[in-house]
Structure formats: structure tokens, C-alpha cells
Design a protein around this ligand. Sequence first.
Ligand SMILES: Cc1cc2nc3c(=O)[nH]c(=O)nc-3n(C[C@H](O)[C@H](O)[C@H](O)COP(=O)(O)OP(=O)(O)OC[C@H]3O[C@@H](n4cnc5c(N)ncnc54)[C@H](O)[C@@H]3O)c2cc1C
Length: 569
Amino acid sequence: MLFFILIFMQFLYIECFYSSKMSKILSLKVVRMAVDHEVDVAVIGGGIAGSTISFLLQERHNCKVALIDPSVNIEGHWYPNYGEWRDEWHALSDLLQLPELKECTTTEWEITDCFFGGSNDIPMDERTTLPRPYVRVDRIKMQSLLRSKFFKANGISIPSKLSSTRINTNIFDKNLAHTENGSILTLDNGDVVKCKVLIDTSGLESKLVCKEDPMYARANRKSIPVGFQIAYGFIAHVDSLGPYDKDAMTLFDYKTNHLEGEQLIDATNRPTFMYAMPLGKLPDGKYRVFFEETSLVGKDKRRLSFEECKDRAYKRLKFHNINILGVEEEEYCYIPMGGELPDLTQRIIAFGGAANMVHPSTGYHACRMLAAASDLAKSIGNGIKENSKPDLISINAYKSLWHEENRWQRSFQVFGGDYLMQQNVNKLRGFFTAFFALEQPVWSGFLAGWPNLPGNEYHDSWYKRLKFALNLFLKMPNDVRISMVLYSILHTIEYGPFTLVRSLVPSFVVGDGPGNPIYDAPPVIIGDESAKQEARSMMKQFKPSATPKGRIDLNKVTENSETIPAPFN
Ligand SMILES: Cc1cc2nc3c(=O)[nH]c(=O)nc-3n(C[C@H](O)[C@H](O)[C@H](O)COP(=O)(O)OP(=O)(O)OC[C@H]3O[C@@H](n4cnc5c(N)ncnc54)[C@H](O)[C@@H]3O)c2cc1C
């Protein structure tokens, strides 16, 4: 009898209200009682990185995994519209032995278009067609694929949050403590999770992960500041496609002929490009397109606002006589790029955005993360099997993610991102014209920039990067060459020689690793708060005027959507 009473109490615990409607009628709330979990691995964050690593550890390495995220049980909670190169996507499907991954796309294009005209005597409308297919990831299908495999292998999901902030390496303000044999987490719902290994996949601005000191990274006191990719995206129903080919994905439209006067000057100095994915025709013959006006990377005054991106997108479409008939959804793209890597000696294993795996000069992340996931899972899985100490498991995990060669390759990408951030639109057009004139496997490899991805074999050692840099330099217009040389000098004066030198010369010349670590508790990242605040307030104002099936009668739209996704901390 006591047993039944306890079960009953667990589900019917009188405290408050159950749901918003019922709450008006009843003064009862069903509250679940806190549960204790003991697992091998706890994963904080159920985005693309957390979902991938938890599935691999649970299904392939027999670990007992708890995946923790407030939205973990909600289908389709991933926010970004992922666009990737098809050859990378297919290579990952093979690497991960996950054939279903190939089916996780909504749209595929056989060719990819770019517009770099308007500078260097290239006509504004000139189109550069890259014979390389592109895909738009079906984020709902992919999430459900990973989740169903995870659950089938008996993985545990906990729909809650870890509210904890790092105050020093391995020390947190509350709710998380490391012990010799593992970590203890207290979640917002009261559950306590004891785990041997703790993986942080909470995204690009984790509050848990400690970043390494720049002195350790490149023997210089000054951090290279984080840049931000800011983009305003939307799925629109439109009556025509203007310059965009219905069968091509447009990766870069750097044309500026839709602007004049002050706006043209601003767009020249603080460039944005249009990224356009035609998603097919609607039953009424109109087109469904994902448009995204994007600032590749910027900081301080060169960091665009979402309103500016939106304004430029609408002006661009109007200039091309593309009429917007309805908007299904918006995307506020905020990607911190560059910055310091995680401190490789800490207990928490950062992965995905939290481990700075975003490409510092392009913003691509998903394929890099997927390419790293198998090795990381193997390293952690072996550590658990061998009953290694948690600190040793973490050290080996970081060795698999950010081994020395990979660090030098990233340094080169950080330099590239920082260079691009400073250039006006003419230099960017010249730079990209030269870049895409390289052989396709070579430029593909730079955009991927991670071991196991196609083309990376052209960038994975100092002499290959040097060869790439020299070839690119030879193809550049003169003004771009001069800007590159000047920038290299300024960068070296400001941040020391090691970003570039360590990535382009052999280790016996400059030493084979970073200096000694110096721990002075670098600050927890807060990112660009004004950009995030702007995105939150614009999201609140958005009212969809179309659905994938057709347009909505605006007179019937009275309320804002209640479920506003929150992709920012
Ligand atoms: C709008 C946008 C578009 C992008 N487009 C692309 C693209 O086309 N191609 C590409 O390669 N990359 C793209 N990126 C970059 C990158 O791939 C994404 O940022 C990617 O989602 C990062 O994956 P993640 O799993 O590390 O983090 P996230 O996707 O941010 O997931 C983090 C998860 O952790 C959860 N979480 C956070 N804090 C806690 C906590 N304290 N406790 C529990 N759970 C927590 C969150 O709810 C979230 O579900 C895009 C990024 C953005 C923002």
C-alpha cells in the first residue's frame, strides 16, 4: 500500500498549477520528484554536437550516457539551417558508418554559384559557377535519426539544464563539482547526475569551459579577439528568382549594384553577401527560397546589426524585382569565430561549438564536428573501458581533438579570418576570385580544414600550407597582395609571430609546441551582448506570413509565436 502511495505522490505532488489552462481550474500541479542518475558520461547540450557524441558513445562504445538539455525531448529543436558541401556530407556518412545521413537533406544542388564582379575589371553580373554540389541538411530528420539510435541503445535523456558558471579552471560557482573519480551535477529540475566523464556541448559561448591563455597558445599576452558572423536569414515565398538560378545554390553574391550613396559606401567598407538556397516551387508556381544576407566576419564597428542585414537583403531583392509574398521563418545567425581554444588540461571535455571547432574564417562547423566525433568517442570509450581516471580520459580526448598539427592548421585559419574581417568589398571579391581559381580539392580542403574531410590532405602540414599560401598569393590581384602583406606585418606586430610562423614553418625552427601554461582564470565568455539582445527583440516581433504549404491571411494572424527558439546563452 505504501508503495502505491509513494508512486501516487511522485506524480501528484500538490504545490502549484499543472498547465496554463488547467491551472485556472485546479490548484494542483504534478511535479516529478528529483531522480539520482549514475552514468559513465553526462553530455550537456542536445544540439548537433551533443546528439552526435552521445549516440556514438551509447551505441558504438557501450557507455551509459545521459543527454541533458531543456529541449532534449522536443522534435526539431535545433535552430540553424545547416548548409554543407555534398562530398563532405557523403564522406562523413561513410566515416561514421551511418548510411542514413545521406538521406538527411531537404534539398541538393548540383552546382554552386558565386558573384564576385564589380572589382578588378570583372563585370558586376559575372557568375562564377563551381561544379561542386551543395546540400541543405534536414535538421529534423537528422535529429530524429541520432536520437532514435541513442534511445534504442538505452541512452537516458534528461530535459533540464545545468545552471553553473566556471569561476576558475575546474571550479564552478554551484551545481557542479569534480571529484577524483568523476563529476557531480545538480540540474535545475533537482536531478543529481554522477558521471565519470563530463562532455560540454552547450554551444559557442559555453559558461563551463575554460579557454587557454594566449601566452600558452602563441607565446603572446594578447588574445586575438573573437569576430562574429552575423546574418539575417528567412524562408520567403517569392514571385521570381532574379539573378539566382533555380538549380544552383548561391554561396556568395557580393554584388553591390542595389545600393547607392552613403549605403553603397557603407556596404563597400562593411561588406555583406547574399546566400540563397532555392527550395523548389510551390503549388501556385511561386518559389520558396532561403535567403540570408551575411556579414562573413566582423567585430566592433565592422560588426553589422541584424537590422542592417535585413535592410540590405530586402533592398537587394527589390532591386532584382523579386517580390516577397510571404515569410515562413527567420534565422538570426550569430557565430563567434576565432578566439582561444579550450584549456587542454581541464576536466570537462568540450566538443562542437564549445570547443571552438567552428572554422575561424568561414563559420562552417557541422562537418568538422562530425569528422572529429568518431575519434573522440573512441578515445573516451576506451578510457571508460580501461577504467582510466577521468583526468586522463580528458587529456586523451583533447589530444584527439586539438592535436598539435590541428592547432597549427587552425592558427592559419585564424589568421585568414582576421584578414578577411579587415577588408573592403573590392579586396574580398579579388581574394575570393583568386581562391576559387585554385584547384577544387585545394580550396575545398581549406574550407573544410579538419582531418578526415575531403581535401584536408592539402593543408595538414606546414609545407602544404606554405604551398597553398604561395599559390593563392600568385593568383591574387595586386591590391589584394599588398593588403595581405601589410596585414601579415600588422598582425605579427600586434599578436606576435606565432600564429603565422607556427603554421607555416617546421617545428624544429620555432619549437614544437606551445609555451608553459599560465593559469590566471581567463574570463567567462559573454560574447556580443548587443547583437544577441537585438536578435531576441526582433524574434519577438516576427509573425510568419507563410507556411511551407502556402501563404497565411495576415488578417488572421493576431499573436506572436509562443515558441521562440533561443539559440544564444
Ligand atoms: C543560425 C546559425 C546558422 C548556422 N549555420 C551553419 C551552417 O550552415 N553550417 C555549419 O557548418 N555551421 C553553421 N552554424 C555554426 C554551427 O554549426 C552551429 O552553431 C552549431 O549548431 C553548433 O553546434 P553545437 O551542438 O556545438 O551547439 P548548439 O547547436 O548551440 O547546441 C547547444 C545545445 O546546448 C543546450 N544548452 C545550452 N546550455 C545548456 C545548459 N547549461 N544545460 C543544458 N543544455 C544546455 C542548448 O539548449 C542547445 O540545444 C550556424 C550557426 C548558427 C547560430
